[in-house]
Design a protein around this ligand. Structure first.
Ligand code: ADE
Length: 304
């Protein structure tokens, strides 16, 4: 997968040592070629002595606005399956799955679902906004989408571009050690099998009897996956050795080897954490009857 980053601060992303991408799984993905990142200095596409990339806003007001011309020429240089404007620059039947994104505080919210969608593409072009904004015709003519990483204003789109790249690259096949690592984390996919197991074993009457104790991956008695929080919930809390630290022990079920009890504790802990930190997620989460009962025991009743 290829990323092209258009910026007036190419040094932000580093040189041969990969700069901000020079650590951990993203660095490994870039070094092994699973993904490539190419920065393009917008000043290289100016034609005046001062290499001017910005200008005063029409209508007056504070600050400066990024000019459309350098961005247009930078995009042209990328040969995005034709170009000038989006329609004339790109062949409708292009075999390359690509998208051009403007990063700005005015964009749609970038989420884990966006990262999953982007991870299916061949090429992502990121335009980093600066100053008070970017001439609106950039978004109108050249961009497929405008994305914001959160409800706050950064001094520019560079950090946002780095965050988007990180969140996307770690989802590419082969980047994380275990494919399931990204599936069941916060905002990951629902683990329907797992939820069914927990419900059945907590309420045998609902399914006509206790679950079997087979030894396959999805059996309640098989080892729990390393991360198994489900869609729409925050991940559960994690612990490692020592079993007691500064007088605080690990939660009892995690140490006793009862896999079903571990799964159940993790699910409940994920629910409790979501209730404490992001209750706004709960109405849209994929919840079982057992989840609802547990939340009710914490004093939270979901609207029916
Ligand atoms: N540029 C300034 N603020 C931003 C944000 N919240 N997300 C993306 N790009 C930005």
């Amino acid at each position: 997968m290829r990323f092209d980053i258009l910026t007036i601060f190419p040094d932000f992303f580093g040189g041969p040592d990969l700069g901000i991408f020079g650590h951990g799984v993203v660095s490994r993905a870039l070094r092994t070629g699973i993904a490539t990142a190419h920065t393009h200095d917008l000043r290289a596409f100016t034609h005046d002595r001062h290499r001017t990339v910005d200008d005063r806003p029409f209508g007056g007001g504070e600050g400066m606005v990024l000019k459309p011309q350098p961005i247009f020429e930078a995009l042209e240089s990328l040969a995005l399956t034709p170009k000038p404007t989006r329609d004339t620059l790109r062949a409708a039947d292009s075999p390359v799955k690509e998208t051009v994104i403007l990063l700005s505080a005015q964009g749609k919210r970038f989420t884990q679902a966006t990262a999953r969608r982007l991870a299916t593409l061949d090429r992502v072009v990121l335009i980093c906004g600066r100053y008070e904004g970017v001439d609106e015709r950039v978004s109108q003519l050249f961009c497929d989408e405008e994305l914001s990483i959160g409800d706050y204003v950064l001094s520019g789109g560079e950090l946002a571009a780095a965050i988007l790249l990180d969140a996307t690259v770690r989802l590419l096949p082969g980047v994380l050690g275990h494919a399931d690592s990204s599936r069941y984390e916060s905002f990951g996919e629902a683990d329907a099998t797992l939820n069914a197991e927990i419900s059945e074993n907590c309420h045998p009457s609902r399914s006509g009897g206790p679950a079997s104790s087979g030894s396959d991956e999805s059996s309640p008695q098989s080892p729990p996956r390393s991360t198994n929080a489900a869609a729409g919930l925050l991940d559960y809390p994690h612990y490692t050795r020592p079993a007691e630290f500064l007088g605080v022990p690990i939660p009892e079920p995690l140490g006793n080897g009862d896999h079903l009890a571990i799964r159940r504790w993790r699910r409940h802990a994920a629910l409790a954490k979501t209730l404490a930190n992001r209750p706004d997620l709960l109405p849209n989460a994929d919840l079982t009857d057992d989840d609802r009962e547990f939340l009710a025991s914490l004093g939270y009743n979901l609207p029916t």
